[in-house]
Design a protein around this ligand. Structure first.
Ligand code: GRF
Length: 202
């Protein structure tokens, strides 16, 4: 089994990154975490990735100002330099332009802390509570051109319970995130292998 080379893109603490790293330690997991990239030099997740012996890179968006594509070209060069095959966005707080999304079509996953298509964007837990939602949760999806859009790979619902605050609800959702992200990456790898084998049989 050749394991797919995966890069995880982060901006912060990287707890989903850790869930993916832990899952990929299993000998039968079909992907290896080959690289962690942060757009923020101070992202806490970078230290954890290094401690795990994983290659890390920082592509700071600030020097590029409003030139999103220039930032993405620098990011793409890093990904290509490491021969990355799949990308997992894990708390990566940059909007992506069609330029990058098209290059990774069908090969880039994102995790969103809500049951898409509900509550796209930021502050999902606050908005779910304000709306009186009785169920909330997490979604892993293939990245499409619109924010928090694209085919859903896996979702897990969690209940909203009486007395929930943003923090208690976020913690419950985060546990679900850590369960579904490794499973969804595995599913994507298996699906892509099937597609490639299907093509070569034709
Ligand atoms: C997670 O809730 C993720 O769904 C959202 O940002 C948060 C990142 O957390 N996109 P972490 O950095 O993985 O701990």
């Amino acid at each position: 089994m050749t394991r797919k080379r995966v890069a995880i893109l982060i901006s912060g603490r990287g707890s989903n990154m850790v869930a993916l790293i832990e899952a990929a330690k299993a000998p039968d997991y079909p992907a290896e975490i080959s690289l962690v990239v942060s757009n923020r030099p101070d992202a806490a997740g970078l230290a954890r990735a290094k401690a795990e012996g994983i290659a890390t890179a920082v592509v700071d968006h600030k020097p590029y100002g409003k030139d999103r594509e220039a930032f993405e070209r620098a990011l793409q060069a890093v990904l290509e330099g490491r021969r990355i095959e799949l990308v997992c966005l894990a708390g990566f707080m940059r909007l992506l332009s069609p330029w990058l999304v098209e290059r990774w079509q069908g090969r880039m996953l994102n995790i969103h802390p809500a049951l898409l298509p509900a509550f796209k964007g930021l502050d999902t837990h606050r908005r779910a509570l304000a709306a009186g939602a009785q169920a909330h949760g997490a979604t892993v999806h293939v990245v499409g051109n619109e924010l928090d859009s694209g085919p859903i790979v896996l979702q897990e619902a969690v209940p909203v319970v009486a007395g929930d605050t943003e923090e208690t609800l976020a913690a419950r959702v985060l546990e679900a995130e850590h369960r579904i992200y490794p499973q969804a990456l595995k599913l994507l790898v298996q699906k892509r292998v099937q597609e490639i084998e299907g093509k070569s049989r034709r």
